[in-house]
Each structure stands twice: as C-alpha cells, then as structure tokens.
Design a protein around this ligand. Structure first.
Ligand code: NAD
Length: 323
C-alpha cells in the first residue's frame, strides 16, 4: 500500500505516519525530532499549544544541517490555538509559530478546536492554554464565527505562509457548513480515532468529501492516563491490553501498538503516534510489512463504544460534541 495520502487542492502527498509532538518535553524535543527523522518520519504534527515549537524548530534545523533531510521533504503541521480565532489574531499566531520553528511556511495549518476563547496577547502569555486567568483557571468563551477563522486561514494560503489548511475536532454538521463557503476546501480533518471510538460515519463522510483524515490518540487511553483523564470505571480494559488487540498482535508477531496503527492506516487514516523511546519511535513507523485480514479489521471495529478521551465537555464544560 502507499505510505502517503494525496491532499485535495495542492495534490501534495501527506505521509500516513507522522510523529506526534504533544507532551514532548522541551528538554528532549530537539533530540526526539532528529531521532524521528532518522527513523524515517517526514511528518511532524505540532501545535502552538504544545509549547515546544522553538525546540521542534531546533530539531528540524539540526536534521537539515546533518544532511538527514531537506526542508521540502518534510511535512510540518501546525495548529491555530483557541485564543486566536479572530481574523486579526490569526496572522499574529502564524507569524509566531513560523518564527519559533524557523520556517518560511507550514505544510498544513489546522484550526485546533472549534472553540474560541478570550484573546490573550502573545507578549502577555504564550501559549495561553484555555485560560483568561491562569491562576483562577477561568475560561471565557469569545464566540467567533468559524467562517471568519476559516477565511483568515485561506488568506494565509494566498500569502504563501501555509500550503494546505484543515480542520480538527469538528463534527460533520460543522464540516458541512465549512464546505458551503470554503473558497479553499479543507484538505485534512484531524480527529481522535481508535477502536474504542472509531468515528466510522464521520470518517466515511469526510473521505467522500475529499478530505484526508488524520487520527490522533491511536493508542486510546495511553496518552490520557498520566494526565488523569481516564475514569472509565473498574471494568475498563486499556486499549493496548484488550485481548482482541493483543491476540491479533501475536498472530502477526508485532506489538499491540503496531496493530492499532495498522488498523487506522488500512482505512487510509493517517496516524501521528507520540513516543519518547527510540525503540517505539521506529516500531511505530514500521507498520507496512503486514496486513490485517477483513475479520481482524471487523473484530477491531466491534470494540467501538463511541469513546472520546479528548472531549472539551470534560475539561472546559463546553460540550462541542453533544447532540
Ligand atoms: P498516542 O495515542 O500517540 O499515545 C502516546 C502514548 O502511547 C505515550 O504515553 C507513549 O509512551 C505510548 N506509546 C507510544 N508508542 C507506543 C507503542 N508502540 N506501544 C505502546 N505504547 C506506546 O497519543 P497522543 O499523543 O494523544 O496522540 C498523538 C498525537 O496526536 C499528539 O502527539 C498530537 O500530535 C496529536 N493530537 C492532536 C490533537 C488535536 O486536538 N488535534 C489532540 C491530541 C493529540
């Protein structure tokens, strides 16, 4: 199978496996980026909110100066944060991200969440998380039409600052709305995807509309245990330990993590696993030498319980997915 997805609009090839940068600590970030590139990763999935764009930029610079890669062979993704949804703030956000990364353009820029909160000037606090007041941890929603933000992203394409633009964490209804006015159609939809929350209907709809899908948090709860965001009760089985996943892994002589990544890419859903271990970094991109059977794909699909770990209803009391 191909290891890339062709994006609508530009026709650029987006790698099916990228390196996820959320919670990659600053002190190891440069080395991790170089390691990921050495292991064959060409897509780096970053965001201003991850607080490590400066260090990611140092890693990219180092990899280029070591002759490991050329800029044009990398696919660098950034994300517009929720404090910067107004059109006049979008420019400030991209300028800061590009300056920190040391790049002239991003390959992909996504609207991180369909949530707009009170503007916090970059000079005051950066990244600002969701909070208007970082001590009291108050969140002040500042409603901005999604269309205004989308059109500001289109202008970044016009100015050559980003090659492709896309959306993240939005439901089908909002995607349908964007498609109604987009002069430049969203090339990518990035959402949480794993067998406990397989998002089958949304993926199928978005793919038929010409979007490429990136699934994040492929290992389900693995990323959320350490930040206290898994409270599913006593009977809950961590996804990487589920017998369906581990038995398929044994059959193919691969790890449970590789099974979960393969399950996604076999649906043409790109993945961006995060790891700080050299062994797992190379294992996670090594998923093109085995094929899951239809039965195995279906048994993984049957694990779906519509679970989302990353739901703003839980940490912002803002239920963007409620219906
Ligand atoms: P992930 O599913 O990649 O899980 C990371 C965790 O799994 C880490 O604890 C790591 O130690 C462990 N792990 C890594 N490889 C493993 C393996 N082979 N076997 C077992 N355990 C393994 O989680 P994530 O970081 O939430 O998601 C990946 C990336 O997706 C992020 O880094 C970020 O780039 C992106 N993301 C985007 C959004 C968004 O809102 N758009 C939200 C969350 C994550």
């Amino acid at each position: 199978m191909s290891t890339t997805i062709k994006l609508s609009g530009t026709g650029q090839e987006m790698p099916l496996v990228g390196y996820g940068l959320w919670k990659v600590p600053k002190d190891v970030c440069k080395d991790m980026v170089v390691q990921a590139i050495k292991s064959g990763y060409r897509l780096l999935d970053g965001a201003s909110d991850y607080g490590n764009e400066l260090e990611v930029g140092h890693g990219i610079k180092e990899a280029i100066s070591q002759g490991l890669v050329k800029r044009e062979d990398l696919f660098v993704t950034g994300k517009l944060w929720c404090t910067h949804h107004r059109k006049e703030h979008v420019k400030l956000a991209i300028n800061r991200s590009l300056a920190d990364l040391g790049l002239e353009y991003l390959d992909l820029y996504l609207i991180h969440f369909p949530v707009s909160v009170k503007y916090v000037p970059i000079e005051e606090r950066y990244p600002a998380a969701f909070f208007a007041d970082p001590v009291a941890k108050t969140v002040v929603i500042d409603p901005v039409p999604y269309q205004e933000t989308w059109q500001a992203l289109e202008q970044l394409v016009d100015r050559g600052l980003v090659k492709n633009i896309g959306v993240s964490n939005i439901p089908a209804a909002l995607l349908i709305d964007v498609l109604s006015y987009a002069r430049i159609k969203p090339a990518v939809l990035q959402i949480e995807v794993h067998p406990y929350g397989n998002r089958a209907q949304l993926i199928q709809f978005a793919q038929t509309q010409g979007l490429a899908i990136t699934g994040y948090s492929s290992f389900g709860d693995a990323s959320y245990q350490s930040i206290g965001m898994v409270n599913q009760g006593a009977d809950y089985i961590p996804l990487l330990e589920h017998p369906t996943v581990t038995s398929i892994a044994s059959e193919h002589k691969v790890s449970p993590g590789q099974v979960l990544l393969r399950w996604a890419v076999q649906q043409n859903v790109a993945v961006v696993p995060k790891s700080l271990s050299n062994e797992r970094i190379s294992q996670n991109i090594n998923i093109f030498h085995f094929v899951l059977s239809d039965d195995q794909m279906q048994s993984l699909n049957r694990l779906n319980i519509n679970l989302k770990f990353n739901d703003p209803a839980k940490y912002l009391n803002y239920p963007i997915y409620a219906n």
